[in-house]
Ligand binder design. Structure first.
Ligand SMILES: C[S@@+](CC[C@H](N)C(=O)[O-])C[C@H]1O[C@@H](n2cnc3c(N)ncnc32)[C@H](O)[C@@H]1O
Length: 777
């Protein structure tokens, strides 16, 4: 029978051997057992490539083997149908090309440098006689290519933390006098090279781990391979991953996994930390990688993932133990100090988090581009000062591996080459601060239709509670602040009241309309409800929504769903706070963005101008986050009550804290509330007591507040429920599990129903009848 030859080719496209494709292998098939079996057909080139199950690390039934000769290849093909570890194999000629990226043939102990030609072209070619630094020598792939492109007068210093890399570097030192290896972290390059008085032309950082480190099971970097749980670049220093996990607190483990594991799934980090803590409390924390990976996979849950479920945990531990991000910052700064004018830093990054650090550093040093629109504007101003020239950075376009490189080195698929150039130029950050300080900048930031008064434009956004003021409404003086007056805009009678809240019609402080102020003081983020004729002191309501995947740092108004389903939270805010005619002032909603550890409290008593439609609500939330991350807070109500009153941030408070901390705060009574007053935590639970029964019972107690905790679209796990109940017990709150009926509801719908039952069955004061619906209000 004639076979189409499966010619295996190397990077240069030369035939390296003859490839077979094997199907129906058992899970236990390994490279060693395949080599032993197929070795009898003839000489095998490199290692068999086995498709592995990302979760178990076992063979998925498929493998490729390359033979050195055509005869061996044909013999192996003739064995199709033969039995291997109890399975009948199908053996065919391998295809030359795969769809997608073909796994590369990387011989153990070797490393194919990524983007090598590009590194040489961008870093060495401009000045082949210069002094170069390779901050991450590895096995010297890039170093060798750089040396090959350098002239005899050039020199290259390399750094690595890994003793095995140093052995390889010392060999190269013997062969090439232009080369020196240093066993030190790259952050120390300035301390090492400065005394030599060299001016460096370019520095390369190929970040992360090398293939030999990864492939060597003894280093512990691979979840699928069995090895010690070590994960250090330099095994002679520091502590192993196992030692770290044995001594770290649960919070520290969660932080490391979520911060360096590039996952926005806060629950996953917590669950992984929990299984680690549980295992170590029983003295059973695995010391070997494969067992540890299985434990992580167990903790994480069976969710689908294309990669090994423990891969990101291993990555996180590696980054932490080797201080990779800290090293990056210090290393880039050291390199910047060593370069002369026009000197370059090349950074090969592999992960989003590395790119983010590079961009962060670049932004702080970024040179002003000549085409910068702000610069053009700045130059037109007669009073603009000369911009100072400082050491700055320009960045070239980022380079990715070519198709050709991907065909031969699939591991390079996520590599990106950033090249930064040191220049003596004005910095963009200087231009921005100097431009913004100019008086002319104010007119630039004015809205385009400047004849329209600001509040008139706001009217559209705030159709429920605000009415626009006419142009030229006079500002109130401080003496006017204390007396009731008329609302200039509408000519309505306004009532007495505290001055701070301002008028919802014209936005001014000093007079308050009946409807627009709730008497809330800055510290009163929610109020007990209050009827016209209270029968008894009534209660407040708080809704806590843990949004397990939501990340406040990536929240955008355009797509709140994308940051981890914050859209669910927005709908809950709307459901909890809005009635047809304004906000419920007795209600506060707290959204917990668990992926970034931030909470957002929206308080009905304080927020102004909120509207229930999702896009505009999202804009307000975005505004609150933006102000928080920029370090801007609410104006001080004592110093500037008007600004406080009119601020869009009022009633939307962002804090960095966990859901548990937010729950603790929510369950706290006010000092003014009676000592015997009860706070009740309601947990919605299909198995719980019917809500009406529950509320009837609660109404017999002296309840001052109700806190309802609702799950997002993913619901709660038993761990969460247990944790929330623990917090409630520590706050001496009553815990009630209650059911809203047999149908599984959306969180926002459940809130509407719950508010209805609370109004109907727990409300102790008379709710004023709202009779005048419609636009007239
Ligand atoms: C991706 S590999 C570099 C491979 C190398 N470019 C090559 O072609 O062989 C990264 C290397 O940097 C080393 N490394 C990581 N962080 C380091 C640091 N802070 N200082 C020095 N070496 C470091 C690792 O030990 C590893 O050998």
């Amino acid at each position: 029978m004639a076979h189409t030859l499966g010619l295996a080719k190397n990077a240069a496209g030369q035939v390296e051997g003859f490839e077979i494709f094997i199907k129906f292998l058992p899970p236990s098939a390994s490279a060693a057992s395949l080599k032993e079996f197929f070795g009898e057909a003839g000489e095998i080139v490199g290692e068999p490539r086995i498709m592995l199950d990302s979760k178990t690390g076992n063979c998925k039934g498929i493998a490729w083997i390359t033979f050195a000769s055509k005869d061996a290849f044909q013999t192996a093909i003739s064995w199709t149908g033969s039995s291997f570890q109890g399975r009948k194999l199908e053996i065919k000629a391998g295809k030359q090309f795969h769809t997608g990226i073909r796994p590369s043939v990387q011989a153990p102990g070797t490393h194919t440098p990524a983007l090598c030609a590009e590194v040489v072209k961008k870093l060495v070619a401009p000045n082949p006689g210069g002094v170069y630094v390779d901050g991450t020598f590895g096995r010297g792939g890039h170093t060798r290519a750089m040396l090959a492109a350098m002239s005899p007068s050039g020199s290259l210093h390399a750094f690595d933390m890994d003793p095995e890399a140093i052995v390889a570097g010392k060999e190269l030192m013997k062969a090439d006098s232009r080369f020196t290896i240093h066993h030190a972290p790259f952050s120390s390059m300035k301390a090492v090279l400065k005394p030599l008085g060299v001016r460096v032309s370019a520095v390369l950082f190929d970040l992360g781990i090398s293939s030999p480190q990864f492939d060597d099971a003894g280093r512990g970097f691979r979840p699928e391979a069995d090895g010690p749980l070590d994960l250090r670049f330099d095994q002679t220093k520091g502590i192993t991953a196992w030692d770290f996990l044995m001594s770290a607190s649960r919070e520290e483990i969660i932080r490391v996994i979520s911060e360096y594991g590039e996952t926005s799934d806060a629950t996953a980090s917590q669950r992984i930390a929990d299984v680690i803590c549980l295992a170590r409390s029983k003295g059973a924390l695995p010391k070997r990688t494969r067992e540890f990976a299985a434990l992580v996979a167990q903790g994480k849950g069976p969710e689908y993932q294309a990669m090994h479920p423990a891969k990101l945990t291993f990555q996180a531990l590696r980054i932490h133990l080797n201080s990779e991000f800290d090293e990056m910052r210090k290393g880039i700064s050291a390199a910047f100090g060593l370069l002369g004018e026009g000197g370059r830093i090349g950074l090969i990054s592999w992960k989003h988090s590395e790119c983010a650090i590079i961009m962060d550093i670049f932004r702080s040093l970024e040179a002003v581009r000549d085409k910068e629109p702000l610069l053009k504007w700045y130059r037109t101003l007669p009073d603009a000062e000369q911009l100072p020239e400082r050491w700055s950075m320009e960045m070239d376009e980022v380079t990715r591996p070519s198709e050709k490189e991907l065909q031969t080195n699939s591991r390079s698929r996520s590599a990106l080459l950033h090249v930064l150039r040191k220049r003596r130029m004005p910095r963009l950050a200087d231009l921005e601060s100097m431009a913004y300080a100019l008086p002319a900048w104010c007119s630039v930031t004015e809205p385009a239709v400047s004849s329209t008064p600001a509040r008139k434009r706001k009217r559209k956004e705030t159709e429920i509670t605000s009415v626009a003021a006419p142009a030229g409404t006079p500002e109130l003086t401080s003496s006017e602040l204390s007396r009731p007056s008329r609302c200039e805009e509408e000519g309505r009678r306004v009532s007495d009241g505290t001055n701070l809240e301002g008028c919802n019609h014209c936005g001014k402080v000093g007079h308050t309309t009946k409807r627009c102020t709730f008497g809330a003081k800055p510290s009163e983020r929610f109020l007990p409800c209050e009827g016209t004729r209270p029968k008894a002191p009534c209660f407040w309501r708080r809704f806590l929504l843990p949004l397990q995947r939501a990340n406040a740092q990536t929240f955008t108004a355009d797509d709140p769903r994308a940051c981890g389903r914050a859209d669910v939270g927005l709908r809950c805010v709307s459901a909890a706070l809005f009635r047809s005619q304004g906000l419920r002032r007795n209600t506060q909603v707290c959204l917990s963005f668990e992926a970034s550890n931030h909470t957002l409290e929206v308080s009905g008593a304080l927020a102004r101008g909120l509207v229930p439609d999702e896009p505009r609500l999202a804009s307000r939330v975005f505004e609150a986050f933006e102000a928080y991350f920029a370090g801007q807070g609410l104006p001080d109500p004592d110093e500037d009550p008007e600004a406080w009153c009119a601020s869009n941030l009022r009633g939307l408070e962002v804090k960095e804290r966990s859901t548990k901390a937010a729950l603790k705060a929510a369950l706290k009574k006010k000092p003014s509330e009676p000592a015997e007053g009860r706070v009740v935590m309601l947990m919605l639970d299909a198995e719980g007591e019917p809500i009406v029964e529950v509320l009837k019972q609660i109404s017999r107690t002296n309840v001052v507040g109700v806190v309802a905790v609702l799950g997002d679209h993913r619901g709660f796990g038993p761990h969460d429920v247990q944790a929330y109940e623990e917090v409630a017990r520590s706050m001496q709150a009553d815990i009630v599990r209650t059911s809203l009926g047999g149908t599984t509801l959306l969180g926002s719908h459940a809130i509407v129903i719950l508010q209805h039952y609370l109004d109907e069955h727990l409300h102790r004061c008379e709710v004023p009848k709202q009779v005048d619906y419609g636009r007239g209000r």
